[in-house]
Design a protein around this ligand. Sequence first.
Ligand SMILES: Cc1ncc(COP(=O)(O)O)c(C=O)c1O
Length: 419
Amino acid sequence: MTSPDDSVLPEHGRSAEELRGLIAEWQSGDIDWKGGRAFSLVYNAADPELEALQHHVADRFLHENALNPFAYPSLRRMEHEVVGVAAELFGTDAKAGTMSSGGTESILLAVYTAREQARDRGVHQPRLVLAQTAHPAFTKAAHYLGVDEVRVPVGADLRADVDAMAGEVDGRTALVVGSSPCYPYGVIDPISDLAALARDAGTLCHVDACLGGWLLPFWREIGEPVPPWNFEVDGVTSISADIHKYGYCFKGASVIMYRDEDMKRRQHFIFDGWPGGLYGSATTAGTRPASPIAAAWATTQHLGHDGYLAKARMVRDATSIFLAGVRGIDGLQISGDPDMSLFEFSSTEGSETTGAIGDVMDDRGWHLDRQQGGLHLMVSPGHLAVADQFVADLAEAVAAHGQSRGVAASYGGVADDAG
Ligand SMILES: Cc1ncc(COP(=O)(O)O)c(C=O)c1O
């Protein structure tokens, strides 16, 4: 038992003013994403008008609950329209998807659907086949759902090695996975070949477009090469795509889309074996926050086609500066040939020097992600204003750095032991 003195819950409530002050103080130690110095976790749209709209919408829907869509026709309509936009962008039926809270939940639902489908055809121990570069959310889903998985090494171009994956596909395969693009290297897997592999094996194919889903349609329109990756590819059966990434909504907004509505219905959970009335839900959560749904709707409607094109141009222009900058510095190399707006780079002298360069960049206030093979950055519209400064700082870091502090590779930009 704790005494009131060391209790974490204060004996008497603290004033809102005191708490506001404390929060401001604590937040001052968090990463500075608004200044364009963070390269993951937040996708900085550099759009004060959009941000003000999102604050307004979040406030309006702070207390609503999307658990029962029939209680809030407004939310039902908004979710329906957001899913409709995704359906149009990816080439499927507007009824063939739902929103979810993020990439991990969308992936969990896709794996669940695949597991159920495999069980229906008599497979008792289903297995996922994926490239080594697929997001850890698949391994997490496999772990939660009691599904096996095999991660297959990628080819020399860092993309999924279709022949090697074909060697792993068998009657137990519930799902073949491709990324569009993958997180570590920003390259797009050969989706057409993976989908054909799955189709020929009579199984499903998921495209993880958590990163690319809300950018690639516009990337292609601004003239960048984009290989086929969505439902236009025969054999692709589901797609995950995060609106809280390049869709520029705040956190808690993703979509999971299927080739048809019947497949989506496998996600639904309905239960009436208790005294509380019929319980139905389409995703993993029960109570669902309303703000991300409303904000996803407001964001997509506010930006519209021309808004997303404009953001895509900013991301493309910033990415070009970063890539050209890294390529122009002697002693640095980029891993593979990135297809979109994120990439890994490293020192040609090895991991010690790469780490030391990362340390200097940390000291200069840049929050680069550390991967096992190098430093990682993901580019948002907000980086356009700072890209030249970044390249100048990086050149200096390469020219003058000390010993590596040995910061560990850690997903999400900041390691516990960072300097
Ligand atoms: C390719 C990819 N898939 C899935 C995810 C998981 O998304 P979330 O963190 O929203 O759960 C991420 C996150 O960065 C990702 O990059």
